[in-house]
Design a protein around this ligand. Structure first.
Ligand code: ADP
Ligand code: ASP
Ligand code: MG
Length: 406
């Protein structure tokens, strides 16, 4: 009798070399020995995905997205096979699969495909035979048999989606930190591990740059109420539970500080100040699949304005191309780019009912002589765009002043 089904996901750093793959194999085998059924999702070894992207850009600065997916999916195919071999060596039965082989069906949006459905028969069949099933993270296949990938960090999504579809008893995300911290512990050693965090807070943190979990995976977890245990693959400590609701007497005002260095700023100068212009610019950007983040339009006294917005670095070239073309068509001035920016944010559900949080954030930045270039807010977060060279300082100062440090 099985004790239950656990989906375990191991990130790139957890399988970065032979010893670490063997470590993962031992952990998985331990659970099997205890009587659990296991579906194990694995990411590409170490920095493989980054290296493959770099390699592609050496060949072609604008590679086809379909071919990118063909290339990137190979990373995960390597790790699943190696992990299966490592588990065999320990005397257990395991079988590895690509996303396509286990029927992870996606739409055709290459490099950021969405899962449409998962045909779980194959996995269930293998589990019935007593095998540990190892699935390549981050990938799927279209109905046309084209391989797709699920966006950076997409192995988290594979794990959550499989947990949901297989009605797993647990979903564990193993990584190189002990759980979710009040900020990236690599930037602030005084960061504290959070015991429990809500889907909403984690989603906000992930969207604002805390790369420890992929934002889309949290969206799915929230939608289907899949509790996630984020923990370290190097220790047996309990990590952080990401769940629907955390029972606290009162919500904390600020629970985390995040940093995102993956955005760039684009400014279109001297835009004619009349109705329909913003719709034209951002309509064109949307049509070419560019996700625009913060937008600021400066006040105009001259019937011309400057419009600035941020996009993720990977979209910058596309955004510049589109913006220059539209700019020309509407009679705007030059288009400037700034890649040396960073977004620092504070996140907390208690912010909703506490005035003065934004003011305090701006004061902390001012005290540290950090200029704010753009501001945006949501119900449970406040973000500032600042110069990249101040990023880590800003994170530490905010973490300290909002009382998050140990
Ligand atoms: P994996 O390879 O396991 O997917 P990632 O590199 O994607 O791991 O995510 C883990 C990293 O996320 C950590 O090493 C840490 O530096 C970073 N990180 C950023 N913000 C946080 C946070 N609030 N809590 C924990 N880790 C964080
Ligand atoms: N290997 C992919 C990436 O680096 C997916 C993942 O790690 O989750 O984005
Ligand atoms: Mg990751």
């Amino acid at each position: 009798m099985s004790k239950g089904l656990i989906v375990q996901k191991f990130g790139g750093s957890s399988v970065a070399n032979v010893e670490r793959i063997q470590n993962v194999a031992r952990r998985v085998a331990d659970y099997k020995r205890k009587g659990y059924d296991l579906v194990v999702v694995v990411s590409a070894l170490g920095d493989t995905t980054d290296e493959l992207i770099e390699l592609a850009h050496k060949i072609n600065t604008e590679p086809s997205e379909r071919e990118m997916d063909m290339l990137l999916s190979t990373g995960e195919q390597i790790s699943v096979a190696l992990l299966a071999m490592a588990i065999h060596k320990l005397g257990f039965e395991a079988i590895s699969f690509t996303g396509a082989q286990v029927g992870i069906i996606t739409d055709t949006a290459h490099t950021r495909a969405r899962i449409i459905r998962i045909n779980t028969e194959k996995i269930k069949e293998e589990l019935k035979k007593g095998r540990i099933v190892i699935v390549a993270g981050f990938q799927g296949v279209t109905l046309n048999q084209d391989i797709t990938t699920l966006g950076r960090g997409g192995s988290d999504l594979t794990a959550v989606a499989l947990s949901k579809e297989l009605c797993a008893d647990e979903c564990e995300i193993y990584t190189d930190v002990d759980g979710i911290y009040t900020t990236d512990p690599r930037i602030e050693p005084k960061a504290r591990k959070i015991k429990e965090i809500t889907f909403d807070e984690m989603l906000e943190m992930a969207s604002l740059g805390a790369q420890v979990m992929q934002a889309r995976s949290i969206e799915v977890a929230k939608k289907f109420n899949v509790a996630i245990h984020v923990r370290s693959s190097f220790s047996t400590n309990r990590g952080t539970m990401i769940i629907q609701e955390v029972k606290r007497m009162e919500n904390v005002v600020v629970s985390a500080v995040t940093l995102n260095k993956n955005e760039s700023k684009v400014t279109i100068c001297d835009v004619p100040d009349k109705p329909g212009i913003a719709a034209k610019i951002f309509g064109q950007l949307a049509e070419s699949g560019v996700n625009v983040d913060m937008i600021v339009q400066n006040v105009s006294h001259t019937r011309h304005t400057d419009i600035s917005f941020t996009v993720s670095k990977s979209d910058l070239n596309k955004a510049l191309k589109v913006t220059r073309a539209v700019g020309k068509a509407i009679g705007a001035g030059e288009v400037l780019q700034d890649e040396d920016i960073a977004r620092v944010s504070i996140v907390g559900v208690g912010m909703k009912s506490h005035p003065g949080v934004a003011a305090k954030m701006f004061q902390v930045l001012a005290q540290n002589k950090i200029n704010i270039e753009m501001i945006s807010t949501s119900d449970i977060s406040i973000s500032c765009i600042i110069q990249k060279k101040f990023a880590e300082n800003a994170v530490r100062a905010l973490h300290d002043k909002f009382g998050l440090a140990k």
